[in-house]
Design a binder for this molecule. Structure first.
Ligand code: SAM
Ligand code: DTB
Ligand code: SF4
Length: 339
């Protein structure tokens, strides 16, 4: 790794070896890398809004919004731009720095672009960073979104390529990678991560992080979602039968993400509502430096503002002033030979 360019040549066995480190050693290494690139007392705050809920054509086995499963969720139309902008203003006034608009679509349709452009422009005019997650894009659509003022595009790989076929069959891994390439080519920042606790193995988790760490550029934001087991979804029901993932294994995943993608904003995403304060503290120690706030993700709950404010106060954390890593890598990390 050079001073401003993290390494992209991780091998899968090397990533697996990080997972296998003694827990305290792994967290220490991740915390050291975290300190090299970021102020560890700063946490970036993003807020989500579902701008088009339910009725999705994909069969992602974890998702409450897939039309393939009976989850009891009511499908809704794309919200009007003024409704979205009003929600974004509330999010900004509540302390969010980035506003992410999510749609339950397999892919973006050109007919929806004018409405999306109006909402993206309006949210940006509030002084917020803009993010959207709208399914697969064409190169031209990625350029249109960039022109409308979109800063980030979220498109997750969800898991490693080996377990992917157990999660979703209506789109390929390569299609996910292609959309990410169009997003990068259009000059937008990428938000890309996955889900932990879907019944995958540690090797699958390592394989996901290996994919992310060997992309042409590391994701600017790296969401680590803990599966929210939604009744009626194949993976939610499977996990309820077979048991949820151990919290300490989740912390290991966060720590390895921090080490292999040292400059990324590693975000504690779905499932934070079910995590104890102590588990969240361990995740921040292991290098997580971003969260979703505001009481709700897309369709599932999050801690409210009072709870998060109390947690920040008790952990001496504060909202990040400007997104992104600090300029200089600390020499101590080089001297210790980490990353
Ligand atoms: N339809 C678009 C797509 O899939 O790219 C955007 C919305 S989709 C809900 C965004 C991401 O949320 C998914 O890629 C997945 O990683 C995450 N997600 C969805 N349901 C989840 C659940 N029950 N638990 C954890 N993460 C979930
Ligand atoms: C991401 O990785 N997690 C967020 C965001 N990107 C779009 C979405 C989580 C959704 C959790 C399930 C729900 O609320 O429906
Ligand atoms: Fe659709 Fe996205 Fe849910 Fe998959 S994760 S079913 S693409 S909304």
């Amino acid at each position: 790794m050079t001073d401003d360019q993290p390494r992209h040549d991780w091998t899968l066995p090397q990533v697996e070896a990080l997972f296998d480190l003694p827990f305290m050693e792994l967290v220490f290494q991740a915390a050291t890398v975290h300190r090299a690139w970021f102020d560890p007392s700063e946490v970036q705050l993003s807020q989500l809004l579902s701008v088009k809920t339910g009725g999705c054509a994909e069969n992602c086995g974890y998702c409450s919004q897939s039309a393939h499963f009976k989850t009891g969720l009511k499908a809704e139309k794309l919200l009007d731009a003024d409704v979205v902008i009003a929600k974004a203003r509330e999010a900004r006034d509540g302390g969010a720095q980035r506003f992410c608009m999510g749609a339950a679509w397999r892919e973006l349709k050109d007919r929806d672009l004018p409405k999306l452009a109006a909402m993206i422009g309006g949210v940006k005019a509030l002084g917020l960073e803009t993010c959207a997650t709208l399914g697969m894009l064409t190169p031209e659509q990625a350029k249109s979104l960039k022109d409308a003022g979109l800063d980030y595009y979220n498109h997750n790989l969800d898991t490693g390529p080996e377990y992917y076929g157990d999660v979703v069959t209506t789109r390929t891994y390569q299609e996910r990678l292609d959309t990410l390439a169009y997003v990068r080519d259009a000059g937008m920042s990428t938000c890309c991560g996955g889900i932990v606790g879907m019944g995958e193995t540690r090797r699958d988790r390592a394989s996901l992080l290996h994919q992310l760490a060997t992309l042409p550029s590391h994701p600017d934001s790296l969401p680590v979602n803990a599966l929210v087991p939604v009744a009626g979804t194949p993976l939610g029901d499977k996990v309820k039968r077979e048991g949820e993932i151990d919290g300490l294994e989740f912390v290991r995943t966060v720590a390895v993400a921090r080490i292999v993608c040292p400059k990324s904003m590693v975000r504690l995403s779905a499932g934070r509502d079910d995590m104890s304060r102590e588990l969240q503290a361990l995740c921040f120690m292991a290098g997580a430096n971003s969260i979703f706030v505001g009481g709700k993700l897309l369709t599932t709950p999050l801690p409210g503002q009072d709870e998060d404010s109390a947690l920040f106060q008790d952990l001496d954390l504060r909202p990040m002033r400007a997104a992104g890593p600090v300029d200089q890598k600390l020499r101590s990390v080089e001297l210790m030979g980490i990353a």
